[in-house]
Design a protein around this ligand. Sequence first.
Ligand code: ASP
Length: 461
Amino acid sequence: MLNLLVGVVVNMKVVKFGGTSVASGRQIEKVFHIVAQDPERKIVVVSAPGKRYKEDVKVTDLLIKCGEDYLKNGDGKESFFAVVERYKEIANDLSLSADIVDKISSDLLEILHGDRSNPDRFMDAVKSSGEDNNAKLITAYFQSKGVEAHYVNPKEAGLIVSDEPGNAQVLPETYDNLKKLRERSGILIVPGFFGYSKNGEIVTFSRGGSDITGSILANGVGAEVYENFTDVDAVYAVNPNYVENPKEIRELTYKEMRELSYAGFAVFHDEALIPAFRAGIPVNIKNTNNPQAPGTKIVHERSHTNGPVVGIASDTGFCSIYVNKYLMNREIGFGRRLLQILEDFGLSYEHTPSGIDDISVILRQDQFDSETERKVVERIKKELDVDNVQVAYDLAVIMIVGEGMRQNVGTMARAATALAKNGVNIEMINQGSSEVSMMFGVKGKDEKKAVQALYDEFFRK
Ligand code: ASP
């Protein structure tokens, strides 16, 4: 007999299941077994149904299409039916009553035919229904298995967020509110991805934000661990599309994870680290399809170091503004005035490698159209009286990351030599002040070659 009728447990785990883990009835059965097998898995956060296969469409994306169609034409039946069909299939596979699907369908229609005067707010309500309905459905399934399970709405839990549609930030009072969840009996199933503003409006986090919900809950209830179930056995040391059988990372620090997720490691939402980090709660990334595997632990301090580098990440789509001016180093306020120009255009910058007479500002190029480029360059020339300004596009950023770099001599030399030997020209180098990462800017076309060269150097030697 499964030990499921949990009363108040002292140690508790918050467990989050991502989109692929709850994409079908078959997957939700796995979720049930994982939760049922450990009485400490008391708070379960779920995503909306994600992809069942590579070309599949996530329910959240269907909902976005549906919401946009309603905004444009007052109708979006095709996507609406596609959403309802996904839940219907899941409910059928889990032998749940058709009433649940009827309710999902009528609730969604109510949102779609509701107030559309504020498009952002409307879209957040539509998007949030993906996780909300899935949480209700999964609760019904757990109950059908004879388990005490309760659906808990984020409002009832006290998850209060800032009123920034699509980019909610948790408000501090949330953590106190969440404490009372510890006293509740049974398994609590909470939809991820959204909270409520102080005025009681639904506000979603940024995309992939169910990870954030899980982390906030783990902090609030003081969980022993935050288990984040996804569809890979571990965080890999490098993008598996670039290197065959990459090494699995067993343990890495919050700082290392932050650096890696910045440059393309998408396994875990970068904003989701903060609440767990603040409460010192370890995050364990695990695989729903192979729950026995130990996964990857994200912790404050690593007990062992295995070489200076723990992972290599890369991302494309960067551009650089290179500025040169004789005696720049003596000119007080030059850097501030340069960055002020970017700020005036609402541009966010990523890195600023500099020399005595030159500085480059690296930006994500999707925010930099040709008109903005023209205006920015004009202002730099006029206001800073520079000798040269050049904008280069299609750069890739490669990050090698590892706390071990602090203690190791020669990591930069090894990396630069590996790149040189493989014919990769380094456009720029930046070492983070914390010495946890080194950034290499290379041409976008060299990204893969650079990553492979660095992986061979640090993991295959
Ligand atoms: N369903 C949301 C998304 O696709 C949130 C999540 O899955 O974490 O972005």
